[in-house]
Design a protein around this ligand. Sequence first.
Ligand code: C2O
Length: 533
Amino acid sequence: SAVRHYNFTVLLTNMTKLCATKSIVTINGKFPGPTLYAREDDNVIVRVTNHVQYNITIHWHGVRQLRTGWYDGPAYITQCPIQPGKNYVYNFTLTGQRGTLLWHAHISWLRATVHGAIVILPKRGVPYPFPKPDKEKIIVFGEWWKADVEAVIKQATNMGLAPNVSDAHTINGHPGPVTNCSSQGFTLHVESGKTYLLRIVNAAVNDELFFKIAGHNLTIVEVDASYTKPFKTDTIFIGPGQTTTALLTADKESGKYLISISPFMDTTVAVNNVTAVAFLRYKGTVAFSPTTLTSIPAINATAVTNIFNDNLRSLNSKQNPAKVPLIVDHSLLVSMAIGVNPCATCLNGTHVVAGMNNISFVMPTTALLQAHYYNISGVFTDDFPAKPPITFNYTGNYTGNLQTMNGTRLYRLAYNSTVQVVLQGTTIIAPENHPTHLHGFNFFAVGKGLGNFDPNKDPEKFNLVDPVERNTISVPTGGWTAIRFRADNPGVWFLHCHLEVHTTWGLKMAFIVDNGKGPNESLIPPPADLPKC
Ligand code: C2O
């Protein structure tokens, strides 16, 4: 294995989109940012130098960070931010991981512009478990606000309202020609007869997305850097933080085909109906040739999301077995709710809060991992409840859940114990879909259903053979998802909804995993350059 060095310089960069120029925070002047390339088991060293007036951290979303939690990146969870003028060197090994992931800023809403793809190739000489493509292409989805993103967050936090929706979705940084003022939008160039591996990353801030290419099917082979049983589909459903790798065969003679990304959200809150388009273009196709239109899924196309998610299965081959925990040591039921609490200083006298098990997570001012490592008291408590404080009909309109408490409450796991978390969606204000991300682990999505989770009946139907393995899972609107993982990574690990607006409102918690007893079961000591708060 090799050592890969990268320099990430955090800059303010002028960008023109939607007819206007504004200054955004970038890495090395790029939007999306640079792609990080490596092979399985490589050591990656990224020096981040902060030249802007904002605090920043970078998270390597989906990288396990085995025993190296200091480099995971979420601000105030595993590290204090890198302050203006300072730098920090992230140093981690991609142990046993290959596939597509992403990196992004993990403080405030900076990930709106600070993100990029991570491509981890298999070890030299190890083939893909699917036919070798002729070429690989990276496709990154994003969102663009005409307004300053900081102003959008303030609106969501200070006023207690839903934030302004973004003004456009972007594909590899391009809003698409619908806006009249961007250039041509993104074009995916292909040659007839060739196959392409599309490494698709959803780096949007608040939207789960549908992706379609007119006239072409895609074969899904991997999600979140875990191989899947191949399956054919004409629509990809992908949440923020998720990645999907798919084979595309350019099986037409020529032509220009429409590509669309459109949002999924089953709610009246923050509906963003901006569809971005791009083009798939065959080599030799003359300009102005007609495009074929895709039928774009409706904004509430829940059935499409269910079909896609139900088709995802671990490859579970001899080389890549699915090691699903069959016995559970820690079992949690976690309700995920958006509600309103009274707020004297807010515009309407109320503000929106979000909580897990009725606790709206309060960000500490000392990083939790440091507090845990140095035994600093008063930063957090380890009494996050294993179930909601009251039993209620999660999918009904029960006002009891509006009484959300504040707290920095963690849940403690013994090293190497097995964990089951049932993430129960609610419909307290409106049904919300939650793409939920766990740091530090891959988990198996063993079951899901609509309505209330039934602890007596539902586990019987769990798939413990080949459930999909991932790091971010969508908790269905008005339903639940059950995940299982082994707590084999000591440290403090964030669990949160990857819709940034919900995270801002408090839809997050964290696990502490204690050190094990063996020599290789402990967190490494903190690096000397670890930022101070
Ligand atoms: Cu991709 Cu905690 O985030």
